[in-house]
Design a protein around this ligand. Structure first.
Ligand code: SF4
Length: 455
């Protein structure tokens, strides 16, 4: 800074690209805070930002504060004041960030306040107020990142880990407890993907409905407004980006009710992927999953009243240790009521390290096989009935493939790879990623056939 009272010497290896956005930093406090500042700068520098040594030259100034003692807090507030006077575009981070109210009372115009060790949040705040400039000659990675999916759809991971402890699963021991990404961060990634041509975003996590619990649903910035880290708020914001939004791995918590109106409005696809795993209270209890399936049935009925087009996809496990014929029959009866649209079924397999291995009453392989066959046959009748109801309707279809014989796409009811397809025989005048209107002429158990309305 021009008056470098608190400024550390910052090495700036390599020449930044011409016109690179410039970030200044004032780093206060202990060596841990200094390391945090270095980490933030390293990340920003790797994204093409230039580190500015003066207030005058900086496009934005970061103040990494200390809040250990009252005197340190005062020094932090003074440093924020100096940066506001000298530059005016200030982002506050570090230990004092936990006292956002006090900072904003004195300096209402600071651009953002983040707390200690919130690297992702502070970098996000810089992106919000001073977007990075993509340099196609030097950046090895395009702004939307490298992807293994086709250009027109992408998976959007909103969290890692899981707070549940289902007895058949070892994911929490491998990946730890739920760790959600700030909403602003997820939304910026989604926006980059949409700008790069993605027409469908698939939201994934271990438990999408738990999103943000670990962050206490803290708000973060996206396009100058605050967005809560909460499934409903995130779904609404994603819906505003103009791409299809599909929600995977949702647990049937009561607050899932809140996203159904967004589906009815057309902001989010009317599709919920809920891995129920079973319906019998005994088996669910042994699986350590919520066991009130009567309430879930009521909830499903309520969802369909609000959004009649809702597709529910689910997975189930048959042959879980201790599953009796009565439990299995309960599951079949439950499926008849729930009318799940898309269903995957697995025969229980012991996973090394899973607590379920210790549960007595292993189900013989031939019984698992027999139950699997019965369940699939039972579901086939339900699926067929639901698919036949689509004949004669006009639906939106996203195109996945086009060749000389025609096009293949998917409806809102079909996630890629796991659900069905919509065949447009002989239609070669569409392109991959187009979303077109199709009148359904024929339906089978999983797939539909139809003709484009404007063909
Ligand atoms: S099965 Fe899913 S919800 Fe259950 S512990 Fe594993 S990741 Fe979590």
């Amino acid at each position: 800074m021009s008056k470098p009272t608190h400024t550390p010497t910052v090495p700036t290896p390599g020449a930044p690209p011409p016109g690179a956005p410039k970030v200044g930093i004032v780093s206060l406090g202990c060596p841990k805070a200094l390391v945090d500042s270095e980490r933030i700068l390293t990340k920003l520098r790797s994204e093409g930002y230039e580190v500015s040594p003066s207030y005058d030259d900086a496009d934005v100034v970061l103040v990494n504060t200390c809040g250990f003692l009252d005197s340190a807090k005062q020094e932090s507030l003074d440093a924020i004041g100096e940066a506001m006077r000298e530059n005016g575009r200030v982002i506050v981070t570090g230990c004092m960030g936990v006292e956002e109210g006090r900072i904003r009372e004195m300096y209402p115009n600071v651009l953002a306040v983040t707390g200690p060790h919130q690297y992702e949040q502070v970098v996000s705040a810089v992106h919000d107020h001073l977007p990075p400039v993509h340099n196609p000659y030097t950046d090895l990675v395009p702004p939307e990142g490298l992807r293994l999916t086709p250009r027109h759809y992408a998976y959007l991971k909103i969290s890692e880990g899981c707070n549940h402890r289902c007895s058949f699963c070892i994911i929490p021991s491998l990946r730890g407890d739920l760790a959600s990404r700030p909403a602003g961060n997820v939304l910026r990634e989604a926006e980059r993907l949409v700008n790069a041509g993605v027409r469908e975003l698939m939201v994934i996590s271990q438990d999408t409905s738990a999103y943000g619990l670990d962050l206490r649903h803290a708000e973060s910035e996206f396009k100058g407004r605050k967005v809560r880290a909460h499934m409903t708020d995130l779904a609404r914001e994603l819906g505003g980006l103009g791409a299809w939004v599909r929600l995977h791995y949702v647990y049937p918590y009561p607050h899932v009710d809140e996203v159904i109106p967004l589906m009815a409005e057309g902001l989010v696809l009317p599709y919920l992927d809920i891995p129920f795993q079973h319906a019998s209270p005994n088996v669910l209890k042994a699986m350590k999953r919520p066991a009130n399936q009567e309430k879930v049935l009521d909830r499903i009925r309520g969802w369909r009243e609000v959004c009649p087009d809702l597709t529910i996809r689910s997975t189930f496990i048959v042959g879980f240790p201790g599953e009796t014929e009565q439990d299995f029959q309960f599951l079949l009866d439950w499926l008849s009521e729930a009318k799940i649209d898309r269903l995957g079924c697995f025969k229980y397999e012991a996973v090394d390290g899973a607590p379920a291995n210790a549960i007595e009453g292993a189900v013989p392989e031939e019984v698992k096989e027999e139950r699997w066959n019965r369940l699939m046959a039972h579901q086939q009748a339900i699926s067929e009935e639901r698919m036949q109801a689509k004949v004669g309707r006009t639906i939106d279809v996203i195109i996945d493939e086009v060749d000389e014989e025609g096009a293949i796409g998917r409806s809102a009811a079909d996630a890629p790879e796991i659900d069905g397809s919509v065949f447009l025989n002989g239609d070669t005048s569409v392109a991959v990623g187009d979303i077109v209107q199709v009148t359904v002429e024929h339906a089978e158990e999983y797939d539909l056939w139809g003709t484009r309305v404007d063909a």
